[in-house]
Design a protein around this ligand. Structure first.
Ligand code: ADP
Length: 265
């Protein structure tokens, strides 16, 4: 389904979106369109609204103002979950869920088979997904026994098994050892070359400038949206982050009310 005729309908479309958990908006004036085949990184300081934006895109939150569409449908009503592969930060398999890598990847087929059994073809797709992410040798290992990078690969394989068109990753290399990070981004790049659209929330600016083709720089509003090389040459980063801004370490202080830690109202 991924490259079904060169349709240029956007996968994601936000129009003048505003959202707040309270009366104060945490994102506003957000208009954003992501087309098939793009590789987009969303960057911004802690508390700048990146995760909120992601939830709006995925339809997990509904805009207070404006509209969010996903695969052409209102995002909150979109229900073809297999088209989206979501890789969370610390993609932690819960400790109470000691399942194997293969079992995780098989889950990607469930939306396609309903409550039916997986066919030989489903199993072939699972094996292929494991091979693509380099996890064939770990198929029978419990997810809880994997390194951070291996775990993220397993969740990407689940998305591949589901034949996702859009891969959404929220700071996917947090907790991944440094030697594995480059290989992880190489994998994303090759998946993108095969036509999978990638939307990445990332605090590591080096990873963004090395890999993403488009950057959306956010701090409540969009400060920059365009090609990565233009972003590097712009002052958007300094403006969005303010004077104390730095991507390094990803531990800049949170802007906005409530702070970054336990400060949820
Ligand atoms: P980022 O992902 O860029 O760190 P978030 O989208 O998590 O930013 O947060 C944006 C703002 O919204 C922050 O001020 C944060 O404290 C606030 N916020 C996030 N989630 C909630 C929530 N569930 N309830 C209330 N406020 C929240």
């Amino acid at each position: 389904s991924r490259d079904a005729g060169g349709s240029s309908d956007p996968l994601v479309e936000l129009a003048d979106v505003e959202f707040g958990y309270t009366a104060t908006p945490v994102v506003e004036d957000i208009s954003l369109r992501i087309d098939p085949g793009e590789y987009v990184a969303i960057v911004g300081p802690n508390g700048s609204g990146k995760s909120t934006l992601m939830k709006l895109i995925l339809g997990l939150l509904r805009p207070d103002e404006g509209a969010a569409r996903l695969f052409g449908e209102p995002a909150h009503a979109f229900d073809d979950g297999a088209r989206i592969g979501y890789v969370a930060q610390h993609a932690s398999a819960s400790k109470e869920m000691p399942i194997t890598v293969r079992e995780v990847v098989k889950m990607g087929r469930f939306p396609h088979v309903g409550f039916g059994r997986l066919s030989a073809e489903d199993h072939r797709i699972v094996d292929e997904a494991l091979a693509t992410v380099g996890m064939s040798d770990f198929a029978d290992r419990r997810v809880t026994k994997l390194s951070g990078g291996q775990r993220q690969r397993a969740f990407i394989a689940r998305a591949l098994a589901g034949e996702a068109d859009l891969l959404v990753l929220d700071e996917p290399t947090v907790g991944v050892d440094a030697e594995s990070v480059d290989a992880f981004y190489d994998l994303l790049e090759s998946l993108n070359e095969e036509g999978i659209t990638i939307l990445l929330i990332e605090h590591d600016l080096g990873a963004v400038t090395d890999h993403a083709r488009r950057v959306v720089c956010l701090n409540r509003e969009v400060y920059f949206d365009g090609p990565t090389d233009e972003f590097v040459d712009s002052d958007a980063l300094a403006r969005a982050f303010g004077t104390a801004a730095s991507f390094a370490g990803g531990s800049g202080s949170s802007s906005g009310t409530g702070g970054s830690g336990g400060g949820r109202p």
